[in-house]
Unconditional design. Structure first.
Length: 246
C-alpha cells in the first residue's frame, strides 16, 4: 500500500479549515439564535403570568361581590355564591387554557426557528467549505485532483460484497467512474489495471467529469456506490457534526 503524503496533507488542511469555519460561523450564530428564542419564550411566559394574575383579580372581585350580596340578601346567598363561583371558574379556566396555548405556540415557534437557522447555517458552512477546498485544489497541480485517490477507490471496491463485485463490469460493460477532470491515458490505464486486479478480470472504465467532486474518484451503479473524493469527505464531516448537534 502506497501512502501519499500530498493527499494526507491536503485532507488534513481541509479538515482543519472546515472545523475553523464551523466553529466561527455555525456554533456562535446558533447560540445567539437560541438565546434570542429563549428571551422570546420568557416574554410569552411573563404574559401568561399576567393573564393568570388578571384572572385572580377577577376572582377576588367576585368574592367581594359575594360578600356584599350576603350582607344585603341572606336569602339570595346560595344563588349568588353559585353564580360567582361559576364565573370565577370560567375565568380561571379560560386564563389557564390561554396560557397553555401561548406556551405551546412559543415552544413550536422556537423549535421551528432553531431547526431552520441550524439548517441554513449548516448549508452556508458546507458551501463555504467546498469553495475553499476548490480554491486550494486549484492552486495545486492538476495531478493532485486524482493522484492518491486511485488506490483508495480500488480498496473500497475490493471490500464490496462478492455479489456486488460480480455485477461490476458484468458482460464486459465499462465501469462508470466519476472524476473532477478528464483523465490522462496513463491514469486511465493505471485505474483499469488496479480495478482489474481487485475484480480478478480485465475491465474498462468510462470516465464522467463532475467538477463538484473537487478531487478524487467515485463509482456509482445500480448496485454499487463507492466514494473516495473530497466532496464525499466534506459531506461526511457535515453529517457527523449535524448528528452530534442533534
Amino acid at each position: 500500500m502506497r501512502f501519499d503524503w500530498w493527499t494526507f496533507a491536503l485532507q488534513t488542511v481541509n479538515v482543519l479549515i472546515l472545523l475553523w469555519i464551523l466553529s466561527r460561523f455555525l456554533f456562535r450564530p446558533a447560540a445567539d439564535i437560541i438565546k434570542a428564542r429563549q428571551a422570546e419564550a420568557g416574554k410569552l411566559l411573563s404574559d401568561a403570568a399576567a393573564a393568570r394574575e388578571s384572572a385572580e383579580a377577577e376572582r377576588r372581585k367576585a368574592a367581594a361581590f359575594e360578600k356584599e350580596l350576603s350582607a344585603r340578601r341572606a336569602e339570595a346567598l346560595h344563588a349568588a355564591e353559585q353564580d360567582a363561583s361559576a364565573r370565577k371558574d370560567a375565568l380561571v379556566d379560560a386564563a389557564r387554557k390561554e396560557a397553555e396555548q401561548l406556551r405551546q405556540a412559543a415552544q413550536v415557534a422556537i423549535a421551528q426557528a432553531r431547526e431552520a437557522e441550524a439548517e441554513a447555517a449548516d448549508d452556508r458552512a458546507s458551501r463555504l467549505a467546498v469553495d475553499i477546498a476548490a480554491k486550494l485544489i486549484d492552486r495545486m497541480p492538476e495531478s493532485a485532483r486524482v493522484a492518491g485517490f486511485i488506490e483508495g477507490l480500488v480498496e473500497a471496491v475490493a471490500a464490496l460484497p462478492l455479489e456486488t463485485r460480480a455485477e461490476l463490469a458484468a458482460e464486459g460493460a465499462p465501469i462508470p467512474v466519476t472524476a473532477p477532470r478528464a483523465l490522462a491515458e496513463s491514469e486511465i490505464d493505471e485505474l483499469e489495471a488496479a480495478l482489474g486486479r481487485a475484480l480478478s478480470r480485465p475491465v474498462k472504465v468510462e470516465v464522467q467529469i463532475e467538477a463538484d467532486l473537487i478531487a478524487g474518484l467515485e463509482i456509482e451503479t445500480a448496485h454499487a456506490c463507492v466514494r473516495n473524493s473530497l466532496r464525499a469527505d466534506i459531506e461526511s464531516i457535515r453529517q457527523t457534526l449535524m448528528a452530534r448537534d442533534g
